[in-house]
Design a protein around this ligand. Structure first.
Ligand code: NIG
Ligand code: FE
Length: 412
């Protein structure tokens, strides 16, 4: 059965199927049709065009009237840690009182704090809490999301997290990809013997992940005090052997060669990039790796924003993601991410929206399925409130202009 969205004031984000991401100047434009319709069949975009060309509606076909409203492809949030056991608002207050994120981590807070909580929490509770978070971001316009493990840091707890994410895949309307991030921090008990923990990742966790098909991607936090580029290489190589594509945390606080590791192993994306050298920018320019930026993490931790404009000026593609997690970004609101990208990184609304849709889809290996208005892609969309231009989306910071969310062709 067909559903038509009719009288759309402006249908935005139209792309041919052949385009899997936009880079450099290509990001400056959002293709649109004014006074448009969009047809949906079996959860997929079936047709679209000018209202004057809409086929005569047959009996039983459903109509959603979008007069004075715009339609956009859903946000594609390619970097989250939204399975976690407890918030960390105490560390937030510690930072207000002068400690830095690194100082808190060195005192045993941070990721290790979350790992302690995960160990004490049942799979059922983790699943139920994460499902609530997914429902929240769904209503904020997200239609596809990547979720990482990485707060387990033991074989049992990492597998528990991955199982939760795989259950969420089945239970949620959202399109979900799973990333294994066993190498998120060095667990306390392995502090003096980090190689033993890396061996456990490679010889203990990865074989189970392969056997039970628990992940799509592999991630490492390549950073001073976390994992070195050499350790990152070793873990990525082992992940690639079992079919996991790399997608890694790099250059959040220091530039130590993480970008180069990512490129060497053809990572789908390198994420964070708050601290970039000239060489990092040149190296990534010659790759197919997406530069994924996380402005709400910079905002929340008061650290520098990634040099988004410079990356685009170097003809690169960039994606925007939330980084939703209890430590550095307790929010999965992609509307706010897009606002911050415009306000703090000086992206234009068009650049920010492209970065949060088609380029985010690419960073999850999903640009065949979501990220644009394209016949055959999933009908994951949102209809706005009455708005005068697309700039109203980032302009309305702290609020959002979404009125109706459509996932798999149904109002969610
Ligand atoms: O992407 N930087 C590494 N990981 C997360 C934060 C993890 C945490 O603090 O819990 C991030 O910001
Ligand atoms: Fe992250």
């Amino acid at each position: 059965m067909l559903t038509y969205i009719t009288n759309i004031q402006q249908l935005n984000g139209i792309l041919p199927q052949s385009v899997s991401f936009l880079k450099g100047k290509e990001m400056n434009k959002i293709e649109n049709i004014k006074n448009a319709f969009l047809g949906i069949k079996e959860g997929l975009i079936f047709s679209f065009g000018k209202m004057s060309e809409i086929p005569t509606l047959k009996k039983g076909e459903k109509v959603i009237d979008a007069s004075n409203r715009m339609v956009f492809p859903s946000w594609c949030d390619s970097h989250t840690h939204l399975v976690f056991a407890a918030p960390r608002e105490g560390e937030f207050v510690d930072r207000i009182n002068g400690l830095t994120y690194e100082e808190i981590a060195l005192k045993g807070g941070g990721i290790l704090n979350s790992a302690k909580k995960i160990a004490e929490t049942s799979e059922e509770d983790l699943f139920n809490d994460a499902l609530v978070r997914l429902k929240e971001i769904e209503q904020l316009g997200t239609g596809a999301v990547e979720i990482k493990s990485g707060y387990g840091l033991s074989l049992e707890a990492e597998i528990k997290m991955l199982k939760v994410i795989n259950r969420l895949k089945k239970a949620s309307n959202l399109l979900i990809k799973t990333t294994f991030l066993g190498a998120h921090a060095i667990p306390k008990i392995y502090k003096e013997n980090r190689t033993a923990y890396i061996d456990l990742i490679i010889d203990g966790m990865l074989p189970l992940i392969e056997k039970e098909k628990l992940a799509d991607f592999i991630d490492v936090f390549c950073e001073t005090n976390y994992y070195t580029p050499e350790e990152t290489d070793r873990i990525l190589e082992a992940g690639i052997k079992i079919g996991l594509k790399p997608k890694i945390h790099v250059n959040q606080f220091t530039s130590i060669g993480g970008i180069q590791s990512g490129i060497k192993y053809e990572a789908l994306s390198v994420d964070h990039l708050e601290v970039m050298t000239e060489k990092d920018i040149t190296d990534i320019s010659n790759s197919k790796t997406m530069a994924t930026l996380l402005p709400s993490c910079s905002f929340f931790l008061s650290i520098p924003f990634a040099p988004a404009k410079e990356l685009i000026e170097n003809n690169l593609p960039i994606a925007l993601a939330s980084d939703y997690n209890p430590g550095s970004t307790p929010s999965g609101n992609m509307n706010f991410v897009v606002s911050l990208a415009c306000i703090k990184m000086k992206l234009t609304p068009e650049q920010a929206i492209n970065a949060a849709t088609i380029n985010g889809a690419y960073a999850m290996d999903l640009s065949d399925e979501v990220g644009s208005i394209t016949v055959g892609k999933k009908a994951n969309l949102f209809i706005t409130k009455p708005i005068s231009s697309i700039a109203m989306l980032p302009y309305s910071f702290g609020n959002n202009q979404i009125e109706t969310v459509i996932l798999n062709g149904e109002i969610a």
